[in-house]
Design a protein around this ligand. Structure first.
Ligand SMILES: Nc1ncnc2c1ncn2[C@@H]1O[C@H](COP(=O)(O)OP(=O)(O)OP(=O)(O)O)[C@@H](O)[C@H]1O
Length: 731
């Protein structure tokens, strides 16, 4: 019987019969969706444009955009005030203040020690030394706590961000969409593992590298103002302003350079990952030289870029050192000399100390006391100025770090925005105006019926909307109606399954399918997937051991399943269910496929979609597997080129075999056993027989050749036994 659906009527009927739900709207409740939670995993939707992001690294700098991006990320790191990270920040700040206070105390003590030396006051000097050691203990503790808390802050930022990104990445198949449907980010693995870490380290470092010197600047300036007076302070402020504007003018765009470096690092890493994933194939092809040239090329590009950064840094560092180390020291000495040469300009504290000098004493004693007070003041001021120069220097250096942070912020922010877009099915549509199908105009409708898979006028289109592989596809599979899908390579057979699974967009038409869940539909892909974990984990994937026990299944049940797929021998071979190995390297191609089939018997779905899932399994075993699957009550949807599988199915869907250019539909649905498929069956069987006949001819020719050789050998050496032994060997 020939079945060809009438699309319009079919769709109208569908609409009447089924509770439908338009993608992108969550109007139906769980009950009306056949038991699935509407917020649970859904097929991809559309209708909203993606947010426009600027992906040009060259535009990265410390500006308003950077601050907005940073604010966005920090709000994810610290979502509320009563957060663990806030506690860390407060503690870190306390230690930073403590360190600055210690620096002031040390500067004063230093001045006092030198004064005692000049005065030759041994007792006071020894007392001062005692203070010196006493302060060393809390000072060193403070320093190491600052380093510890900085690392803890970095980890806290990273944990919050990684959790957030994992949530975005793993929900609603975003990881698949980032790779296949939207090209705005490349190397998501590098972004999540390396760039995120660099961002967090830079942010935590910046807080202490910028927060501490800023605090130092305030406190030291106040201390200094009391000593060197207002004019001295003005000189200092002018010095800061001039230096800062000079540095800003000459600083290269370190942010853009850092973002580019991170990208090249990502490319280099992914080149290595590709080699690891495809090591066996490369080895078979002897492709080491070709692969090495790819690795070398990506490495060279990275190194060339890093070298150019180093070269840029030579001139910049020279200028920075000249300004901060030498000019600032000279200005510092000038300022420290104010109380000595211009006592009228000095600050209040210096004047008070000068006033306390003994007036009535002898001239020599007065001169000596004045010298010691001046020395103490100078040493204290010099130390404060050195600390100030150090703090100012660090603030200036931080500008470079801030620029680099801008680079990492740019990459992390863009990744988050894209992932968020993809999670909500917002795609970047490039040059798609010319296409009939667009990701931002998805009109597909989906309904849930646990006993049906039904396509009604659904076009099978590549995700970009560029190529329509199958036009207005319509078919229906009910339990027991096993369907086989055939067609030439690249016709779009697997694409049909991708639309069914909701990982490719359904641009139009109506899809009726069971709720999402492996007990309803299990898809077994072309390339077997083996997960990290024990042998048991391979069979029950994606369930965990606890989930398996909760379902009331035991290891004995799993053993029975292994028997069904003729894999029971692997249990003793691999050392039991708890053995953990890199299973993709342990199993042969056929074994991998049979492990995948074991999952089918474990989950026992209503429908199983097998995409060339038995291509590496021998025909006799394949036949038994199909029989077992059908006995288990699973309805099969098989993609295969093997005519030998026809007999296990009721329906045959052929795609890509008609002349689509002539306006015909490029698919055809027939019932197996009907006149049409019988013809197809016969053709396939004739082709198979012809192939075998050709083989027989080749074997006969080989036999003749061997007999001729033997005759020659027998003529030369008439030893019949030897000749027959040679014959056995040759055959
Ligand atoms: N992510 C993608 N983006 C764009 N085009 C794609 C994508 N994935 C596959 N295609 C294209 O879609 C077409 C159909 O692919 P599909 O995997 O469905 O073929 P198939 O009929 O299953 O072929 P085969 O028998 O070789 O497995 C191919 O031409 C392929 O290049």
């Amino acid at each position: 019987m020939y079945i060809q659906y009438r699309h319009g009527a079919q769709v109208a009927q569908l609409k009447d019969q089924l509770r439908t739900r338009v993608l992108g709207q969550r109007t139906a409740d769980a009950a009306s969706l056949g038991g699935i939670d509407p917020a649970a995993k859904r097929p991809i939707q559309g209708g909203q444009p993606a947010r426009v992001i600027d992906t040009k690294e060259s535009k990265v700098k410390v500006d308003r955009r950077f601050l907005e991006q940073l604010r966005y990320i920090i709000r994810i790191c610290i979502p509320r005030w009563r957060h663990k990270t806030t506690g860390l920040l407060v503690l870190h700040t306390v230690f930073l203040v403590l360190r600055t206070y210690m620096s002031v105390v040390v500067a004063r003590l230093d001045g006092r020690l030198v004064k005692d030396l000049v005065n030759a006051d041994g007792r006071s000097f020894l007392r001062g030394l005692l203070y010196w050691f006493a302060i060393a203990v809390p000072a060193t503790y403070t320093n190491s706590m600052i380093r510890y808390l900085q690392s803890k802050l970095g980890i806290a930022f990273r944990t919050s961000l990684t959790k957030h990104v994992h949530c975005l990445y793993m929900e609603n198949n975003t990881y698949y969409k980032a790779l296949n449907l939207d090209k705005r980010i490349d190397g998501a693995d590098q972004l999540i593992t390396t760039d995120l870490n660099r961002f967090c380290t830079a942010l935590a470092g910046l807080y202490s590298n910028l927060g501490k010197p800023l605090l130092d600047l305030i406190i030291f300036n106040y201390q200094l103002a009391r000593s060197v007076g207002v004019r001295g302070m003005w000189l200092l402020v002018v010095n800061y302003l001039v230096t800062a504007s000079l540095l800003r003018a000459v600083t290269p765009s370190f942010g853009a350079l850092a973002a580019k470096e991170a990208k090249f690092e990502g490319d280099f890493r992914s080149a290595h990952s590709r080699l690891i994933t495809n090591a066996e194939e490369v080895a078979f092809y002897n492709g080491a030289d070709r692969e090495r040239s790819i690795l070398d090329r990506t490495y060279q590009r990275l190194i060339k870029h890093i070298n150019s950064i180093y070269k840029i840094r030579i001139g910049y560092n020279m200028f920075e050192d000249f300004l901060i180390k030498y000019s600032w020291s000279a200005v510092g000495l000038l300022i420290a000399s104010i109380p000595v040469f211009l006592p009228d300009w000095a600050g209040g504290r210096t004047k008070r100390e000068a006033a306390r000098l003994p007036r009535a004493a002898a001239a020599a004693a007065a001169a000596s006391a004045a010298t010691s007070v001046r020395t103490q003041g100078f040493i204290t001021n010099k130390r404060l100025l050195m600390s100030l120069a150090d703090a100012g220097g660090r603030v200036m250096y931080s500008y470079k770090e801030l620029s680099e942070l801008a680079g990492y912020t740019f990459r992390v922010y863009n990744m988050m925005i894209v992932l968020e877009d993809l999670r909500h099915d917002r795609y970047a549509v490039t040059g798609a105006d010319a296409h009939a199908f667009r990701l931002d105009r998805i009109k597909g409708v989906m309904a849930v019926d646990n006993q049906t898979i039904k396509f009604a006028r659904i076009p099978i289109v590549t995700p970009s909307g560029e190529t329509c592989l199958v036009k207005d596809l319509s078919f229906e599979v009910k339990p027991g109606d096993h369907l086989m899908v055939t067609g030439p390579n690249g016709a779009g057979k697997s694409a049909i399954l991708r639309v069914l699974a909701g990982i490719w967009p359904q641009f139009a038409g109506t899809l009726v399918r069971p709720a999402f869940g492996l007990e309803h539909v299990l898809s077994i892909p072309q390339r077997p997937y083996l997960t990290l974990g024990s042998l048991r984990d391979q069979v029950i994937y994606p369930d965990t051991c606890d989930a398996m026990r909760a379902k009331g299944k035991t290891d004995a049940d799993l053993e029975a399943i292994l028997k069904l797929v003729y894999l029971d021998y692997i249990l003793p071979r691999e050392g039991g269910w708890d053995t953990v190995k890199e299973w993709k390297d342990v199993f042969s191609g056929g074994e991998k496929q049979r492990v995948q089939l074991a999952r089918l018997f474990y989950h026992r779905p209503t429908f199983a979609v097998l995409d060339e899932a038995t291509s590496a399994v021998s025909s006799d075993v394949e036949a038994l597997l199909y029989e077992h699957a059908k006995d288990a009550g699973t309805t099969l949807v098989t993609i295969s080129h093997r005519p030998s599988l026809f007999k296990y199915h009721q329906l045959l869907l052929r795609v890509g075999e008609t002349d689509a250019a002539a306006g015909e539909l490029d698919w055809e649905l027939t019932r197996i056993g009907s006149e049409d498929t019988t013809g197809h069956d016969l053709e396939a069987q004739i082709a198979e027989l012809e192939k075998q006949l050709q083989k027989a001819d080749a074997q006969k020719a080989r036999l003749d050749a061997i007999n001729r050789e033997l005759r020659l050998v027998a003529d030369a050496k008439p030893d019949v036994a030897a000749a027959s032994s040679i014959r056995r060997t040759l055959l």
